[in-house]
Design a protein around this ligand. Structure first.
Ligand code: HEM
Length: 413
C-alpha cells in the first residue's frame, strides 16, 4: 500500500475514514502521536499510548462537547435546539469526580443481574427476526436483522413499544450523526429536529414513570436519586438516555454486520467457528477488535504534557484511535488478520478502558454472541449478493458502520 504524505494528510476526510488501515500503520511507524498540520489536534494510534491517555482522566479530560457541537452551530439548528432541553454533561463528556455520581446510578440500572436476565429476551428476539426471512434464501441482513435486534432489545428495556422502532432508529441516527460531525447543513437541521422530538418523547415518558414506576431502565433512571437524595433533572436523565440509545444501537448493529462480513471474507475462520461453536466468545472479541465500531474518541489535555516523547500543550485535543490500537502489531501479531481463536483478542480497546469503559459492554457481547450463534446454526453457505453491496461505511469520524449488507444463504434444515 502506498505511503501518504503526512504534511498533506486530511485524516478526517471521508476517503481516509473509508479505508484508514494503511494510514494507521504508517502513523504508528512514523508519527504515533501525530499533530494534524495547522491544528491543535493530535492523532494517537499506538495501543499503549491510547491506553495511557484513556486511563488518565486527570491529564486527559473527556470534556470535549464544545468540539462536538462546533460542527452543528448553524443558526437554524441552534434555534431548533432551543425548543428542547439543554444538553447536560453526564457520562461520556463528564470528568471525575462528577462523572462517578452519574456512572454509579447507571451501573445500578445496568446491573449484571439485569443483563443476564435479558439473555432469554435477546434469544427470543433473534429467533423471531430470523424466522421472518429464513425461507427467502437472500436477505437485507442489515435492515432485517442487525438494525432491529439491538433496537428491540433496548426498546424493551427502556419501556418503549417495539412499534416505535422507526422513531428510535431515527433518533439514534440523528444523535450519532451529530456526534460524528460530518453532517451537511440540511442534515444538521434535520438532526436538531429529530433530537428535540426525542427529548420531548422521553420527557413525557419520564413523567409517566414517576407517576407509575415499572421494571425498566427509564423507570429506574426516573426514580433513583443522586447527590443528597434528589431525582435527576430532565436534562440529566435525557442526556443519559440519549447516550444509552445511540451507544447501544449503532455500535451493536455495526459489530454484528461487520462480523458477518469478516466471516464471509475469511471462510477458513468461519469453518473453524462452525466446527467449534465453543469459540464463539473469542470470535466475538476478535470481531470487536477488527471492526472496532467506535473507531476513536476525543480527549482534551488539561495541562502541558507529553505522550511518547511528543509535547502536548494544554488545551490540545487528542483523537485516540481505538481502531488503530486494536491492530498494533506489537500487541496483536498479524493484526489485520482474523483468527477466531486469537489468545489475546479480548485485550482490545473496542470498549475503551478506565473511567469511561463502555457501560453496555456486557450487553453488546451478549447480543453478538447470541446473534452470531443463531445465524451460524440456522443458515449456511453465506455469500455477499452481487450488485447489492457497496461495502462502504457511513461517513462518521467516531463510529464505523456498513451502509448495506445483503447476503444469500442456505437454510439449515
Ligand atoms: C459493540 C458495541 C459497543 C461498542 C463498540 C461500544 C464502545 C464504547 C466505547 C469505546 C466507549 C468509551 C468511550 C470513551 O472512552 O470516551 C463507550 C462508552 C459508553 N458506552 Fe458503549 N459500546 C458498545 C455498546 C454499548 C451499549 C449496548 C450501550 C448501552 C446500552 C453502551 C453505552 C455506553 C455508554 C453510556 C458509554 C459512556 C460511559 C461513560 O462515559 O461512563 N455501549 N462505548
Amino acid at each position: 500500500m502506498s505511503r501518504v504524505d503526512l504534511a498533506e494528510l486530511d485524516f478526517f476526510s471521508p476517503d481516509v475514514q473509508e479505508c484508514p488501515f494503511h494510514v494507521y500503520r504508517q502513523l504508528q511507524d512514523e508519527a504515533p502521536v501525530w499533530q494534524m498540520p495547522g491544528t491543535n489536534v493530535f492523532v494517537v494510534t499506538r495501543y499503549n499510548d491510547v491506553r495511557e491517555i484513556i486511563r488518565d482522566p486527570g491529564r486527559f479530560s473527556s470534556s470535549f462537547s464544545a468540539l462536538l457541537n462546533a460542527g452543528s452551530s448553524n443558526d437554524d439548528a441552534t434555534a431548533i435546539y432551543q425548543q428542547g432541553y439543554e444538553m447536560v454533561e453526564t457520562l461520556l463528556t463528564q470528568d471525575p469526580p462528577r462523572h462517578r455520581v452519574y456512572r454509579n446510578l447507571v451501573n445500578k440500572v445496568f446491573s449484571n443481574k439485569r443483563i443476564e436476565g435479558m439473555r432469554p429476551d435477546i434469544e427470543a428476539i433473534t429467533e423471531s427476526l430470523i424466522n421472518d426471512w429464513i425461507d427467502e434464501g437472500e436477505v437485507d441482513l442489515l435492515n432485517r436483522f442487525c438494525v432491529p435486534l439491538p433496537i428491540y432489545v433496548i426498546a424493551d428495556q427502556l419501556g418503549v413499544p417495539r412499534s416505535e422502532l422507526t422513531l428510535l432508529k431515527k433518533w439514534s441516527d440523528a444523535s450519532a450523526s451529530r456526534l460524528g460531525r460530518l453532517a451537511d447543513e440540511d442534515q444538521q437541521i434535520q438532526n436538531a429536529k429529530d433530537i428535540v422530538e426525542f427529548q420531548h418523547y422521553f420527557a413525557d415518558l419520564i413523567d409517566r414513570m414517576r407517576e407509575h414506576p415499572e421494571d425498566n431502565i427509564i423507570s429506574d433512571l426516573a426514580n433513583n436519586t443522586i447527590d443528597e437524595g434528589r431525582l435527576l433533572t430532565k436534562p440529566e436523565a435525557l442526556g443519559m438516555i440519549q447516550q444509552i440509545l445511540v451507544a447501544g444501537n449503532e455500535t451493536s448493529t455495526n459489530a454484528i454486520a461487520g462480523g458477518v462480513v469478516l466471516l464471509i471474507q475469511n471462510p477458513d475462520e468461519q469453518a473453524k467457528l462452525r466446527g467449534n461453536p465453543e469459540l464463539i466468545n473469542s470470535a466475538v472479541e476478535e470481531i470487536l477488535r477488527l471492526e472496532t465500531p467506535t473507531s476513536g474518541m476525543w480527549r482534551r489535555a488539561t495541562q502541558d504534557t507529553e505522550i511518547d516523547g511528543v509535547a502536548i500543550p494544554e488545551g490540545s485535543f487528542l483523537m485516540v484511535r481505538f481502531a488503530a490500537g486494536n491492530r498494533d502489531e506489537s500487541i496483536f501479531p498479524c493484526g489485520g488478520d482474523m483468527r477466531v481463536d486469537r489468545d489475546n483478542a479480548d485485550s482490545h480497546l473496542a470498549f475503551g478502558q478506565g473511567t469511561h469503559f463502555c457501560l453496555g459492554a456486557q450487553l453488546a457481547r451478549t447480543e453478538l454472541q447470541v446473534a452470531l450463534t443463531a445465524l451460524l446454526q440456522r443458515t449456511d453457505n453465506w455469500a455477499l449478493v452481487e450488485g447489492k453491496n457497496s461495502l462502504k461505511h457511513h461517513p462518521n469520524v467516531l463510529l464505523r458502520g456498513l451502509m448495506d449488507l445483503h447476503i444469500a444463504f442456505d437454510k439449515v434444515s
